[in-house]
Write a protein that binds this ligand. Structure first.
Ligand code: SIN
Ligand code: FE2
Length: 225
């Protein structure tokens, strides 16, 4: 993410991943061509599990609204962070992950060199102006050999990419509509976050940014279905 804008303008073709760090790749605009389909799948999920705001274990409401699909949904409340098989709002299992989403996430992981990715969890984040995600690690999954696959849709955001220690230097890069990030291996547990979203209007999502984060929450990596 020492990427200057000029690297992106004159970088490799869209289907060629750009190395960001050990094990971490940017697939610029990879999801943009089928953005409408991504949005349709998210709307299908939202019809069953609408946006909600969770609280941190400290009791503060998060600025990012969330939904989930797949077998496991990431939840946060006073007792901490965990993966839950049921939506605490409805008491029902999370909506199934649309097959097309599963296939796309798997394809993106494969491009980045992780051919056995079989996500059992998809967190959907919604940012509006001012919403942010503080620096954190995705560390609640049982097998960290599996990478994280993260899709950006709608308004651009500033992504923060740190190191394995919270105190490590943080690099910043712009994530655009359709960009995909895949990180695993040596940087699977790297700190990352999103700066407060700037107010703007996107042709497809208006004043919002959506992020889909695919993970293997409980399944072991390497037992490819
Ligand atoms: C996250 O780390 O859960 C979200 C990252 C993003 O919104 O791009
Ligand atoms: Fe994260």
């Amino acid at each position: 993410m020492a990427l200057a804008d000029s690297d992106r303008l004159f970088g490799p073709a869209d289907d060629v991943p750009i190395a960001l760090d050990a094990g971490a790749w940017l697939l610029p605009g990879w999801a943009a061509g089928q953005a409408q389909r991504w949005v349709g799948c998210v709307q299908e999920v939202l019809a069953q599990a609408p946006w909600r705001t969770m609280r941190t274990p400290g009791g503060l409401p998060m600025s990012v609204a969330m939904s989930h699909c797949g077998r496991w949904g990431w939840v946060s409340d006073a007792s901490g962070y965990a993966y839950s098989a049921t939506d605490p709002h409805s008491g029902r299992p999370w909506p199934a992950m649309p097959e097309w989403l599963w296939e796309q996430a798997r394809a993106a992981a494969t491009v980045a060199g992780y051919p056995h990715f079989a996500p059992d969890s998809c967190l959907i984040n919604r940012y509006v102006a001012g919403a942010k995600m503080s620096l954190h690690r995705d560390a609640d999954e049982s097998d960290t050999r599996a990478p994280i696959v993260s899709i950006s849709l709608g308004l651009a955001a500033t992504f923060l990419w740190g190191g394995l220690e919270r105190s490590d230097r943080v690099r910043r890069m712009q994530l655009e509509h359709g960009d995909v990030l895949v990180w695993g291996g040596a940087t699977r547990l790297a700190y990352h976050g999103i700066s407060p979203l700037k107010d703007a209007v996107h042709p497809l999502l208006g004043s919002e940014r959506w992020n889909l984060t695919f993970r293997m929450a409980k399944a072991p990596y390497g037992c490819s279905p």
